[in-house]
Design a protein around this ligand. Structure first.
Ligand SMILES: Cc1cc2nc3c(=O)[nH]c(=O)nc-3n(C[C@H](O)[C@H](O)[C@H](O)COP(=O)(O)OP(=O)(O)OC[C@H]3O[C@@H](n4cnc5c(N)ncnc54)[C@H](O)[C@@H]3O)c2cc1C
Length: 447
């Protein structure tokens, strides 16, 4: 049988990983990317942008055979460290013992995936190719070849759309009957800033946790980089009294940061300049359905489900798309139409669930992470979970450390929330939380 000839449109994180997994299944893969080869770019970004990688992502990387290598260039973060207005710190572990999420460079990870894909003779990258349109009945893709300044087209057995939140591939499917689509911007955007390393290259603050400055309506977070720096992100309203719109001058920046994040300011010597040089970006949730068009086109990653970044699951869920596809392919490769349809049917509810969870987690991170009731709630949950691990896995662990379907985790989390609402209503719970009666009550509710 001749090899399947497939296209992956978009050589971001998900597209590059998917290309490897498809080549491993014996397919011939052309990967199209509108940008130049990022490995040849003279200056890669200038700023370090990082992402939190967790178990779902690692599973797909393991399938590609690159998990250990990526782990070795990432920094484990074992919990959240909350900074209050006075600079007091509260620590909350993410999971048990050595469970961690891993801070990894976005550019570094993308490059490693591309290098690995290049090792497969059946994978060919075509950079500077911007997807313009697809003629679906022929499965012919039209590109603008920006280096040659001409239009080209290619035909494939199957096309995978991994071209991100503003996907051109999805744009084509949006014009087909019965394709549902929604896009919703968060009223908050973000700006990336930096905490540089100490002079000796060490980290200025604890590198093995994710730092959060929760301030109710907004927050600042910091994730460590290997070079001793931290990528700091301000999530902030786009408009309004206290917002990106209202901060206009260097004086405004310093006044706002000194009043709001006083213990971070001494670590951010280039804050004034960075604030105005670095872009303000928006955050969008995209949902659509189905993710396939017959057996011709399949959407994955942000092209299928762009989500806000507050659960650290955007890339992880996209990587999970590739591992789930790979597993399903082993059983259903004889009938690609059924495979594409089954994949869409299974993954759409999971994409919607992680979109909801991510939106909720923004409130948890910015508003509740510094809240006494919230911290106690987490402590009680953890105690019960330690005593009866088979009866209670905290929602964060289900999402981050397990491979339970997101849609099941969402349902289980809802049930847990109701139980914990009742527990928090118990008399004098802040003093009595260690009483046996609390654990007994949870057990009675769980059963
Ligand atoms: C501030 C922020 C923080 C985040 N933090 C995390 C985190 O901690 N953990 C996590 O798991 N996720 C995180 N995410 C989400 C993560 O970045 C995305 O989910 C992930 O990048 C999606 O990968 P992708 O390959 O689907 O899309 P992308 O990374 O967007 O890649 C799409 C690729 O397609 C190319 N392309 C676009 N249009 C075309 C076209 N017409 N033709 C050809 N090529 C095209 C683009 O150039 C790009 O290379 C974060 C996102 C943001 C914004």
């Amino acid at each position: 049988m001749s090899k399947k000839n497939v296209a992956v449109v978009g050589a971001g994180l998900v597209g590059s990983l998917h290309a490897i997994l498809l080549a491993k299944k014996g397919m011939k893969v052309d990967v199209f990317e509108r940008r130049p080869d990022l490995r040849k770019a003279e200056v890669i970004g200038g700023r370090s942008i990082n992402l939190a990688l967790s178990n779902r992502g690692f599973k797909a990387l393991e399938m590609a055979g690159i998990a250990d290598e990526i782990r070795s260039i990432s920094i484990p973060m074992y919990g959240r460290k909350m900074h209050d207005l006075e600079g007091n710190l509260t620590y909350q572990p993410y999971g048990k013992d050595d469970e961690a999420i891993y801070s990894v460079s976005r550019g570094g990870l993308n490059q490693k995936l591309m290098n690995l894909a290049d090792d497969y003779s059946d994978v060919q990258y075509r950079f500077n190719h911007k997807c313009l349109d697809i003629v679906l009945d022929k499965n012919e893709i039209f590109f603008e070849d920006t280096s040659e300044n001409k239009e080209v087209s290619y035909t494939y057995d199957h096309i995978f759309g991994t071209d991100g939140a503003f996907s051109a591939v999805r744009g084509r499917l949006q014009k087909t009957p019965m394709f549902n689509y929604s896009q919703e911007y968060l009223s908050h955007g973000y700006k990336e800033l930096v905490i540089p390393p100490n002079e000796d290259g060490s980290h200025r603050i604890d590198k093995n946790c994710l730092h959060i400055w929760p301030r109710g309506k907004f927050m600042l977070i910091a994730l460590p980089n290997l070079d001793g720096s931290f990528t700091v992100t301000l999530f902030f309203p786009m408009k309004g009294e206290v917002s990106f719109e209202s901060i206009k001058t260097k004086e405004d920046v310093m006044k706002f940061f000194n009043e709001t994040f006083p213990d971070a300011v001494p670590h951010m010597p280039t804050l004034e300049t960075d604030y105005f040089e670095n872009p303000t970006s928006t955050l969008v949730t995209v949902r659509c359905e189905p993710w396939n068009y017959e057996d011709k086109v399949l959407l994955m990653g942000d092209a299928a489900h762009a989500i806000v970044p507050f659960y650290g699951q955007g890339m992880n869920s996209g990587f999970e798309d590739t591992s789930v596809f790979s597993e399903m392919y082993d059983d259903e490769s004889e009938d690609m139409l059924k495979l594409f349809e089954d994949f869409s049917e299974q993954r759409v509810p999971d994409g919607n669930a992680i979109a909801d969870l991510a939106l909720y987690n923004y409130i948890e991170m910015r508003d509740l992470a510094g809240d006494k009731d919230f911290l106690l709630r987490k402590k009680i949950e953890r105690k019960f979970s330690d005593m009866y691990p088979s009866k209670w896995m905290p929602l964060y662990s289900q999402v981050t450390f397990s491979h339970i379907r997101y849609s099941d985790a969402l349902k289980a989390g809802e049930k847990q929330r109701k139980i914990m609402d009742e527990i928090m209503e118990m008399e004098n719970i802040h003093n009595n939380w260690e009483d046996d009666s609390v654990m007994e009550k949870i057990m009675s509710k769980v059963q």
